[in-house]
Design a protein around this ligand. Structure first.
Ligand SMILES: C[S@@+](CC[C@H](N)C(=O)[O-])C[C@H]1O[C@@H](n2cnc3c(N)ncnc32)[C@H](O)[C@@H]1O
Length: 319
């Protein structure tokens, strides 16, 4: 009985928390960002020399894989103009250009961090004739952008503004507008978080008709049926969850909201688990390491860490 009362008390406390907004602009603008404190899939698979390549069927840099998928769906076309927002260390674009530069006419890298833009310039010098680097906030620049054939948003939309501790009876105006216009599902009871920045950016890109590639941690991840064991203790129908990182927090993304918006705008959506996109080996060894949490050797430790991260990721291409 006492447990029930306590449980209800904690429930009421959380339901009554003030609605706040998580912003990461100050952090990205001002801090010398170290992506090694964040574990991004793009950095783990930045080059074929990475120790994480042992998890892939066909070791290939992440950027090359993204380029392959864009090409296979006719998004990366001859003389293409691309825009990557939040390109971090420039690893995705390096991998993509190493494999597909002949299809690319121009690349615009947009980032809020001057520090990371400088790093991107150094990493991409070989293709400097193709590149423009723009120091800007995506939320301000994307609405003004045109003449772009594809936009890449890799692990950036979780950094955009997220409303926290929202309830259906206490929704900020912006959230009400999105929920009503697109019929977005939200929990009827209890508090939830809402990816307002991600939703606004996707709305804007869909409205412009520009194809976009998105990859991020999902609050509603998709687990490949032949690796169902990876779904253990994972909520596949959740709402955005805070991920605390050094100096800032980001949020997982409710992908079903992005898909609803794309559908509303009559756009075609392709997507799935990042596990399938990068083609993780589907061997007994992977299964054993994950299920038994084996980490006795360096190889097992790498595999376990990678599987534990990648299972939460989804990708989408909105064409
Ligand atoms: C988590 S890092 C991901 C980097 C890289 N895409 C990867 O997958 O490794 C997020 C990136 O987005 C940038 N960023 C965050 N908010 C931004 C905004 N509002 N406008 C433009 N860039 C932003 C950061 O500076 C950083 O480059």
């Amino acid at each position: 009985m006492i447990h029930l009362v306590l449980y209800r008390f904690v429930q009421i406390y959380y339901e009554k928390q003030m609605v706040t907004i998580n912003r990461t602009r100050k952090y990205h603008r001002n801090e010398p960002i170290d992506l090694m404190t964040e574990y991004t899939i793009c950095e783990s698979l930045a080059s074929v020399d990475s120790p994480y390549m042992i998890v892939l069927d066909n070791p290939r840099p992440y950027g090359a894989i993204v380029g392959d998928i864009l090409k296979s769906y006719g998004i990366l076309t001859q003389k293409c103009t691309m825009c990557e927002v939040g390109g971090g260390y420039g690893s995705l674009m390096r991998g993509l250009l190493e494999a597909h530069a002949s299809s690319v006419n121009h690349v615009c890298m947009i980032d809020l961090s001057r520090f990371l833009l400088e790093r991107q310039k150094r990493v991409l010098t070989q293709w400097s004739h193709l590149m423009t680097f723009v120091h800007a906030d995506a939320m301000e620049l994307i609405p003004a952008i045109s003449h772009v054939d594809v936009i890449i948003l890799n692990e950036i939309i979780g950094d955009l503004d997220t409303w926290e501790h929202v309830t259906v009876t206490d929704m900020p105006e912006e959230v009400v507008r999105f929920v009503d216009r697109y019929g977005l599902e939200v929990p009827r009871q209890g508090a939830f978080n809402f990816n307002a920045g991600a939703v606004a950016l996707i709305e804007d890109i869909c409205g412009k008709g520009i194809p976009v590639f998105v990859a991020e941690h999902a609050s509603d991840p998709v687990i490949p049926p032949d690796m169902a064991y990876l779904g253990r203790d994972l909520d596949t129908d959740g709402f955005p969850r805070e991920i605390r990182l050094r100096g800032h927090s980001e949020y997982t993304i409710r992908f079903s909201h992005l898909i609803r918006i794309a559908d509303f705008w009559g756009r075609t959506v392709i997507g799935g688990s990042l596990i399938d996109l990068v083609a993780v080996k589907k061997s007994q060894k992977m299964r054993f390491i994950f299920i038994s949490r084996a980490s006795a050797t360096a190889e097992q430790e790498i595999i376990l860490e990678f599987l534990d991260h990648i299972r939460e990721y989804r990708w989408l291409a909105i064409v």
